[in-house]
Design a protein around this ligand. Structure first.
Ligand SMILES: C[S@@+](CC[C@H](N)C(=O)[O-])C[C@H]1O[C@@H](n2cnc3c(N)ncnc32)[C@H](O)[C@@H]1O
Length: 227
């Protein structure tokens, strides 16, 4: 079974990727300003940034999302954690992989998604229902530093696709539940290498038992294995 070949799911994903691509075009000045800025934003600026981003999908690129589907199929992933979910594009790939894995064997599983923007979470739920994948997804609404406090492990696969300052707190919460051989994928680690310093400090600490490499997708895609 290969859900990504399902014409209805393919059409939905195509529509959402196009919506995200169109928004990214309009977001170029925002990213240019972010690259230029040296000082961290003030509280007022941070609130403005959050409001600006509150309706942007910022979906994972198609090839990266399809790669995550492929990895989850290869490892027969049953417990998957995604930070963050936005309107659910990458979640659809992960849930499709889970459904296909379950179709091929016994047992259960779930994709845990995380999103703190209520409008995005509502849109994500609509997309999950439209794809018929809602039963495979547990969307945890709120700040991930709260919503990921309780995880029923062992976790097979984790996707980290969230604002960079949240990447290390998320990994710290999920890492104790990763099974040996679990995979953690994190987006844009080459493009924003310096901003990811905290994340890499955690990944590269021998006490945490990861092997990691940056794959040559656009912006770099970090591929870490719990050894
Ligand atoms: C890059 S987008 C995720 C895109 C998604 N993976 C996809 O492919 O469609 C990051 C998301 O993380 C959410 N987010 C940021 N900080 C968060 C936090 N502390 N807790 C929960 N969600 C958060 C943002 O609202 C945003 O929607």
């Amino acid at each position: 079974m290969d859900s990504l070949k399902d014409p209805a799911l393919a059409r939905l994903l195509d529509r959402l990727h196009r919506q995200s691509d169109d928004q990214l075009e309009a977001m170029r000045p925002y990213y240019a300003e972010r690259e230029r800025r040296k000082a961290p934003p003030t509280a007022e600026e941070a609130a403005g940034i959050k409001a600006f981003l509150s309706d942007k999908l910022v979906a994972l690129d198609r090839d990266k999302a399809a790669f995550c589907y492929q990895l989850c199929r290869a490892m027969n992933a049953r417990r998957i954690v995604e930070v963050g979910t936005s309107c659910g594009v990458s979640t659809l790939y992960l849930a499709a992989a889970l459904r296909d894995n379950l179709h091929a064997g016994a047992g259960g599983g779930s994709v845990i998604g995380t999103e703190y923007e209520p409008g995005k979470a509502a849109a994500a739920r609509r997309h999950f229902a439209e794809a018929g994948l809602g039963a495979f997804i547990e969307l945890r609404e709120g700040d991930l530093r709260e919503t990921l406090r309780h995880i029923e492990g062992p976790v097979d696969f984790m996707l980290v696709d969230i604002w960079i300052p949240m990447t290390r707190p998320a990994l710290e919460l999920v890492a104790p539940h990763l099974r040996p051989g679990a995979i953690v994928v994190c987006d844009n680690t080459e493009q924003y290498r310096q901003a990811y310093a905290d994340y890499f400090a955690f990944i590269n600490d021998p006490a945490h038992g990861f092997r990691t490499m940056t794959l040559p997708f656009a912006g770099g895609l970090e591929f870490s294995v719990r050894c």
